[in-house]
Ligand binder design. Structure first.
Ligand code: BES
Ligand code: MN
Ligand code: ZN
Length: 521
């Protein structure tokens, strides 16, 4: 690095205003209540398909001279999942409003987990136009297949807490669309109360992590730089006994031999950072689980420049890093008794005069040499050194999270995260966690057959493997740096954010990762 460049780099290190202004606005509690006599601004009850009222809905209907049922019929409400009807000023009950949620057709008395989730997502939509600041849910009586009331409460808290997030903070006049909701009472029987309270806390903690990941993802590249991410990690660790943060600068990375990671940062005025977080909730001798995040705060493609259209979305190229920070945020909330290491490889991918050129050959920290045929395949170049660095923690498992390939979006769309692993047990555990958290992944192949696509005449490997199976060859590349531990790679290129009118970060796969860690406790 030249002196001139060092000055530029230093000057452009922006002071960081914390992104995390989520302030947990909603207060959740559990209560044993009578749906008829309970005074609330809005009582939420369920209704099965064919207007089969739930117990609470039925009680309310009886108190209101069957008017609830009559109104549902008149409005064409059938009770299908996703239908909802807000009734104002119901008579004979203490609630000011009644929100009826369709929950679909039960099978053997239970509705599916999916239907329950879809139903509760309607709550926020239905409440938006109302001035409600407090609501009461009588939903614990709707039994959900294979799920407990704790799970139901968790879904409610997770779903409603996501409303604490807004994407328009950088507008000079943010729209007044914020939910006014401050208080949510989850109705439950005495026997259900303990589980419900636990579920509410868990759901809220997960949402806090998800919201942090969304917030960081949505921030533009001129604010959310590698330095910003490093400061965000330090902020997380502030006054937290279980969490320590160490940020490695380019000089230290050079000493460690991270030629691959640094080759990506070469073309940028912003200094790269390797952000290392150690969460110690478990015992000293417990091997940690490591989460390794791709933190490209903007990916122009470098000298292999990307086309202009939609390039703004490459600010999301640090969503893997954001999911590591979000997951650790949730661990802190829950104070989980587990050891977790987070390693974030943060850099921009820019094309200035010192940038890496196609054909350049670099030496990674592992000693393996790489011919960089395309500077836009930079995620693997930063991750490989981060993976090698992670060896020092003797982790029992390593999961990297990366917006790695457009090919993964073509393969799986935006529904499933691509999962690749050198260890079937780890793969199964992550798939299961994804199912449980409704944040699913799909197992992709990592067969040796694909490895030869990375052959290079001049170095140990090339950094691209041709057009075919692009997400698989990217994973194959990473696998060469993950030989010393059980490892899984999550390609979140399709799932980390949405494009189009609803453009915004999703916070995925924080829920999956938290669920995986919860399952390890
Ligand atoms: N960050 C991109 C991957 C990406 C592209 C994610 C579009 C989401 C949407 C990554 O760094 C990249 O550019 N990958 C290249 C690899 C190729 C050059 C082998 C890609 O996918 O085109
Ligand atoms: Mn790229
Ligand atoms: Zn990228």
């Amino acid at each position: 690095m030249t002196a001139a460049k060092a000055t530029t780099k230093k000057a452009s290190e922006k002071p960081a205003k914390s992104a995390n202004t989520n302030n947990n606005l909603i207060q959740f509690s559990t209560k044993v209540l009578d749906p008829v006599k309970h005074a609330t601004q809005c009582l939420v009850v369920g209704c099965y398909e064919g207007i089969k009222l739930s117990a609470s809905a039925s009680a309310v209907n009886a108190a209101d001279a069957q008017q609830v049922e009559a109104l549902l019929k008149r409005e064409g409400f059938q009770g299908k999942t996703g239908q909802s009807l807000l009734l104002l000023n119901p008579q004979g009950i203490a609630a000011e409003r009644l929100l009826v949620l369709g929950v679909g057709t039960p099978k053997d008395g239970n509705i599916s987990a999916d239907n329950f989730r879809k139903a509760i997502q309607k709550i926020s939509e239905a409440l938006r136009p109302t001035p409600c600041t407090e609501i009461t849910l009588a939903l614990a009586e709707i039994s959900v297949a294979d799920q407990s009331v704790e799970w139901q409460a968790r879904q409610v808290a997770e779903s409603l807490s996501l409303l604490d997030y807004r994407a328009d903070k950088l507008k000079s006049k943010p729209a007044d669309i914020s939910l006014k909701l401050k208080k949510v009472i989850f109705g439950a029987t005495k026997a259900q109360a303990t589980g419900a309270t636990k579920g509410l806390l868990l759901g809220q903690a997960i949402a806090k992590g998800v919201n942090l990941a969304r917030e960081l993802g949505d921030l533009p590249g001129n604010i959310c730089t590698p330095t910003y991410l490093a400061n965000e990690a330090k902020r997380l660790a502030h006054k937290q006994a279980k969490l320590s943060v160490n940020v490695l600068e380019e000089k230290q990375m050079k000493e460690l031999g991270m030629g691959s990671l640094l080759s990506v940062a070469a073309g940028s005025d912003q200094p790269a950072k390797l952000i290392v977080l150690e969460y110690k909730g478990g015992t000293k001798k417990q091997a940690p689980i490591a989460l390794v995040g791709k933190g490209i705060t903007f990916d122009t493609g470098g000298i292999s420049l990307k086309p202009g259209a939609g390039m703004d979305e490459m600010k999301y190229d640090m969503c893997g890093a954001a999911s590591v920070l979000g997951t650790i945020q949730t661990l802190l909330e829950l104070q989980l008794p587990i050891n977790v290491v987070g390693v974030i490889a943060a850099s921009e991918n820019m094309p200035n005069g010192s940038a890496t050129k196609p054909g350049d050959i670099v030496t990674s920290m592992s000693g393996q040499t790489i011919e960089i045929l395309n500077t836009d395949a930079e995620g693997r170049l930063v991750l490989c050194d981060a993976l090698t660095y992670t060896e020092r923690f003797k982790p029992k498992a390593v999961v990297d999270i990366a917006t790695l390939t457009g090919a993964c979006v073509i393969a799986l769309g935006n529904h499933a995260t691509g999962l690749f692993s050198n260890n079937d047990e780890l793969a199964k555990a992550l798939l299961k966690a994804g199912d449980e958290a409704a944040d699913r992944a799909w197992h992709m192949p990592l067969w040796d057959d694909y490895q030869k696509q990375l052959d290079s005449n001049f170095a140990d490997m090339a950094n691209i493997g041709g057009r075919e199976a692009g997400s698989v060859t990217a994973a194959c590349f990473l696998s060469r740096f993950a030989k010393k531990f059980p490892w899984a790679h999550l390609d979140i290129a399709g799932t980390a954010w949405r494009s189009g009118g609803a453009k915004g970060a999703t916070g995925r796969p924080v829920s999956m990762l938290v669920q995986y860690l919860l399952n390890q406790v």
